[in-house]
Design a protein around this ligand. Structure first.
Ligand code: SF4
Ligand code: SF4
Ligand code: SF4
Ligand code: SF4
Length: 314
């Protein structure tokens, strides 16, 4: 489906939209568990606190009937197929609920041979948007409480899913806050830009939440945890912080699908997605590549071509 061809722009996304998606997810999840297409479905259940949602692996029809989709379903569930729940895939095919931005992570993980398409049943969400951080959760999504990433979403329709839950609707006339901020940073003189990032990185407490939530940080041992020899100083001091952020940005370049989960979980409000997007912009300009749109055999940084840009080699 083409999002542009089916644009349905509205000024608010009412709870009924999310309820319709919820019903569609439940119907599919129940069906694929009943007919044993899958051993479980990774989706969202109501959270402990009112108005929240929690990622969950459901394995019974009774549990599947409780799955939800609401503006609080912010998590990128693909991470649960790479870390804590990695073993689930060994038991058989798994269902997963995926918004468009989560689909990009699934496609990237297929590119990196971490997932096989035939091992997944993807319930794609035709996603109108989710809550931003620290906003009022009213059940209705408007310009005032939608996540920053959703303001510039190009993947409302879940391309490549087995089924799509929901009908297209998106908020009209949203200002692209992140793009504007990126342009403002780009326009800064180099020293000012350096000071901007240095100040942000200096606040990092090295909790590593950004790494833990990232579907592409699936390394069994992160370079930044190595201590024999130590590659990156682990305490939150300026030099180590800078090294960690450079490592993170470089390791995610050409892979990051832009789910913005790293930024969402950062307790120090460091604008990590601006850096992710800046790296993605480089990849687009240098290699005409956008990570995670479809699975590819190799990303551009894993492949050498005679006509690759060499201008950075001095
Ligand atoms: S970025 Fe797009 S697909 Fe992702 S949560 Fe926002 S609206 Fe949904
Ligand atoms: S770096 Fe951040 S935005 Fe990119 S895939 Fe990882 S968590 Fe998502
Ligand atoms: S930062 Fe690099 S080494 Fe560490 S988990 Fe992420 S990709 Fe792996
Ligand atoms: S989540 Fe934030 S504070 Fe924690 S390590 Fe990442 S950037 Fe630093």
């Amino acid at each position: 489906m083409n999002a542009k061809a089916n644009k349905n722009q509205v000024t608010s996304i009412e709870p009924a939209y999310y309820q319709a998606i919820t019903e569609a997810i439940r119907k599919e999840a129940v069906q694929i568990l009943k007919d044993e297409t899958v051993v479980g479905v990774v989706g969202y259940l109501p959270g402990r606190r009112k108005g929240t949602a929690s990622p969950a692996l459901v394995t019974t029809v009774e549990e599947a009937e409780k799955l939800i989709f609401s503006p609080a379903c912010v998590n990128n569930l693909s991470v649960y197929l790479t870390k804590a729940k990695k073993g689930v895939l060994k038991q058989g095919k798994v269902g997963i609920v995926a918004k468009g931005c989560d689909m990009r992570a699934l496609a990237g993980l297929m590119t990196e041979s971490q997932l096989q398409r035939e091992d997944l049943f993807i319930i794609g969400v035709v996603c109108p948007g989710v809550y931003g951080f620290g906003v009022e959760r009213t059940g209705t999504v408007t310009e005032a409480n939608i996540a920053r990433k959703c303001r510039e979403c190009t993947v409302h329709m879940p391309e490549g899913a087995d089924v799509a839950a929901g009908t297209h609707a998106e908020l009209a006339d949203l200002t692209p806050e992140e793009a504007e901020e990126m342009a403002r940073i780009e326009a800064m003189p180099q020293a000012e830009r350096w000071a901007f990032w240095k100040e942000h990185f200096s606040r990092c407490i090295r909790c590593m939440a950004c790494r833990q939530v990232c579907p592409f940080c699936y390394c069994e041992q992160c370079l930044c945890d190595k201590n024999r020899p130590q590659a990156v100083e682990s305490s939150p001091r300026p030099a180590g912080n800078m090294a960690w952020h450079l490592v993170r940005a470089m390791h995610l370049a050409g892979r990051c699908g832009g789910c913005a989960e790293c930024e969402r979980v950062c307790p120090m409000d460091i604008p990590l997605n601006l850096l992710n997007r800046r790296m993605a912009q480089e990849l687009k300009e240098l290699y005409d590549f956008e990570a995670g749109l479809t699975p590819v055999e190799k990303g551009p940084l894993n492949e050498y071509k005679e006509n690759d840009d060499q201008s950075f080699i001095k």
